[in-house]
Write a protein that binds this ligand. Structure first.
Ligand SMILES: Nc1ncnc2c1ncn2[C@@H]1O[C@H](COP(=O)(O)OP(=O)(O)O)[C@@H](O)[C@H]1O
Ligand code: SF4
Ligand SMILES: [Mg+2]
Length: 411
């Protein structure tokens, strides 16, 4: 796109269908720089975002003098790579640290320690103008489309705010006309009318508000977008529209997503690879098909057993985990999952579960699992424990209603 003045890759958006036909918005309307590659080439790309040993603690203050008495260990040593063009799904119960991880990664929160890069550039080292430039490359779509939009601002200002912050002489986003044109282009790209710019958030439905949130994130031409439970607050009937819109936009703009959800069906529907989090740690990671067919961590097996099976002829068992999620301020020693682990019980409570933290190990095919006894989790054991082993792909979004939230509340 010729910066600032150009439109979008041609957009024909009705209910979230984006046709990538460069040039559709008149002269100068070409794909944003660096975003014209054929997207949706999942898994084939080079690493875009690399995270190593990321830690984010929230201090806890107490006593009369409000001294620091501990830490909420929200993210406690997480490492993974996201490839350019892929959707990396991050799943886990409410409170396991997903949002903290996403926000820390894009510098909405400062990390406690660790390293992260985007396109080889150190995310956490950037300051001043470099940080401002970096922010443009990484955006977030929030869970709550109501709370995340300022009710006193018209849509033009809500979406245009980021443009003002990133304005320069080249993009001319400081110029109201240039900015408004761009806001209208992005409203259209997310399936809304161009003349909605003067309206206020309360005039829109939940799904429309989330489209506005998406336009606000994309208007800056990011490469990497953290989607933090973008459909969790929406009616089931419109969840799939928004998910499909996100997929269409990824293709049209060549985006890379970190897609956060507490619902495995939603993650299955649009992810290429999936990471499973428990109490601030990544416990399993694999390609989406592999994870759903061959889960190897007992926690993932339990999450999968809670995905509703749409076919009434198939009997599925529901593996109910014992007890509550322990406090991230005092995570259990050894394996953090040991207080609730069905496999540990089955194996006669081996001591190592309580004393040694299991590293996230590659099983040889890029499938990583953090369990001392992952090799004991065979296909037949999963089938025995869960009943039906693999949720059918048709379960997808249709079955992603609140009933799938059995293991967690809204994340
Ligand atoms: N600003 C904060 N201050 C203190 N604790 C927080 C803050 N934000 C989140 N937490 C705690 O950190 C943990 C992880 O939270 P969060 O990242 O929101 O999890 P998720 O997105 O998976 O639900 C939770 O125990 C939560 O209570
Ligand atoms: S290491 Fe032990 S407690 Fe942890 S998941 Fe494996 S079997 Fe369960
Ligand atoms: Mg969250």
């Amino acid at each position: 796109m010729s910066a600032g003045t150009g439109g979008l890759p041609g957009t024909a958006v009705g209910q979230g269908v984006v046709a990538a036909t460069p040039g559709g918005q008149g002269a100068g309307a070409v794909m944003p720089a660096g975003q014209g590659r054929a997207a949706g080439t999942s898994g084939a790309g080079e690493t875009l975002v690399a995270v190593q040993d990321l830690v984010k603690y929230y201090p806890i203050y107490g006593g009369l003098l409000r001294r620091k008495i501990g830490d909420v260990k929200a993210v406690d040593g997480v490492g993974f790579d996201i490839r350019r063009g892929e959707v990396y799904g991050l799943v886990g119960e409410s409170g396991c640290g997903k949002s903290t991880l996403g926000k820390t990664l894009i510098r909405l929160l400062e990390p406690t320690s660790g390293r992260a890069t985007i396109g080889g550039e150190d995310i956490f080292a950037k300051k001043g103008n470099d940080l401002r430039r970096l922010r443009r490359r990484m955006q977030i779509i929030f869970q709550d489309p109501v709370g995340s939009l300022n009710p006193r601002m018209p849509i033009s200002d809500i979406i245009g705010e980021g443009l003002i912050a990133q304005a320069d002489s080249e993009n001319r986003w400081g110029d109201r006309k240039v900015r408004d044109k761009r806001v209208e282009d992005y409203l259209e790209a997310v399936g809304l009318r161009r003349d909605y710019t003067r309206r206020y958030p309360h005039e829109f439905s939940g799904g429309q508000r989330q489209r506005i949130g998406i336009a606000r994130a994309l208007v800056l031409e990011p490469e990497f977008v953290v989607c933090d439970e973008p459909v969790s607050a929406l009616d089931v009937s419109i969840q799939s529209q928004i998910l499909n819109l996100l997929l269409d936009l990824r293709r049209a703009f060549g985006l890379t997503y970190l897609f956060i959800a507490h619902n495995l069906s939603v993650v299955q529907y649009l992810s290429d690879r999936v990471g499973v989090m428990y109490l601030g740690k990544l416990v399993e990671e694999a390609n989406v098909a592999e994870l759903y067919v061959r889960p190897r961590h007992p926690y993932t097996v339990a999450l999968l057993s809670a995905v509703p099976e749409p076919d009434p002829r198939i009997r599925k068992k529901r593996l109910v985990l014992k007890g509550d999620v322990p406090s991230p301020a005092a995570p259990p020693p050894g394996c953090r999952f040991h207080t609730r682990c069905w496999l540990r019980e089955r194996l006669g409570n081996p001591a190592s579960c309580e004393t040694q933290e299991p590293p996230l190990r590659d099983t040889g095919t890029g499938h990583r699992v953090a369990c001392h006894f992952a090799d004991q989790v065979s296909d037949s054991l999963v089938a025995e424990v869960v009943g039906r082993r693999v949720p059918s792909p048709a379960a997808g979004v249709a079955a992603s209603s609140a009933t799938a939230d059995a293991l967690s509340g809204p994340g």
